[in-house]
Design a protein around this ligand. Sequence first.
Ligand SMILES: *Cc1c(COP(=O)(O)O)cnc(C)c1O
Length: 387
Amino acid sequence: MDQIEDEHHLRTAAVHEGEPRTAIEGSITMPLFPSSTYVLGNPEEFDDIRYVRLNNTPNQKAVSEKLAALEGTEAAVVTPSGTAAVSMALLAHLEKGDHVLAQDHLYGGTRKLMDSLSERYGVDVTYVPAEEPEAWARALRATTRVFYMETITNPLLEVAPLDEAVAFSRRHGLVSVIDNTFATPVNFRPVGLGFDVVVHSASKYLNGHSDVVAGVVAASHERVKRVRKMMNLLGVCLDPHACYLLQRGLKTLPLRVPVQNANALALAKALKKHPKVAEVRYPGLPEDAAHARARRWFKGFGATVSFLPRDGVEVAERTMRELRIAREAPSLGGLETLVCRPATTSHAGLPDETRRGLGVADEMIRVSLGVENPEDIIQDFNRALGS
Ligand SMILES: *Cc1c(COP(=O)(O)O)cnc(C)c1O
């Protein structure tokens, strides 16, 4: 899988979808409309009045169209963060007393959000091991409404039996929701497997330049309408300037991701051979536990690699400090290679016991590969580990 085929013609969609068909003042690109409010037409209901908070102004609509085309859904709506995409997708489909099944290995912020929903808002959550469909069935209640998963988990980079999760959801009338941030639609389109709702942190690969915080919920017209109503109710909207930047970033998504995939595979292979590395996790390695599923469903294996240096936290810290190209920072998906220790970043909010129980070791380093030359990156890591 060296070269990603453009099977869904994503390169064409990324450039042209959501762009004005009739050029505005001859502009080839979608202009920025910062106006908060618009001349009143003939609104049929409140949500039709054009206003930024109501998520229906030109830049919000344009970028949403592009995102729906990329994910292969009927519709999409942009949110002011990935976290807002997760919370809006959940709240739009849940009521007091409802129950959520969620994969136990989740993005730290999502897990905190779910815990808070259950502690404060009367929505129960059960975390289930992704590998045990019998446990899903045992956790099922009459009130279960949503099954929530992630395509590739952070930072262990596991791939759940996604096909079984979809079948299970259908059998029991659950809305299947998946966070596709780590894969991107270039590597995997969840609606192809039958997922109902796709969420993203667009702050990562979708925007791709580490300069926007945003999210997206992509689904059928009907479901996106529900999500938009919830956003309008709670006052959740993405600013037109951020929409404009995200729209610009998306045009190169299908160019960036294959390069980042290839860099990740090259680094994973190099780390695997390094004497000071105890363990490497990357779904692209043939011996990786996630490999078989990733190969079956994905066009590429993603651009995140996690590894354990042999001699504990101090060595991990020193290695990160010694890197010259890769920078130490949380987040991922940008053009620049970043490293972080999940124990002190994405999973810092969890009690140590819970975190270790999930398999996130103190010394684990997560690498988000950028688009630099892979030889430079490998050399950077070899030198940092070796010193
Ligand atoms: C970063 C991230 C989020 C949260 O997104 P923000 O844009 O930072 O709010 C949610 N899910 C995953 C998988 C992420 O990586």
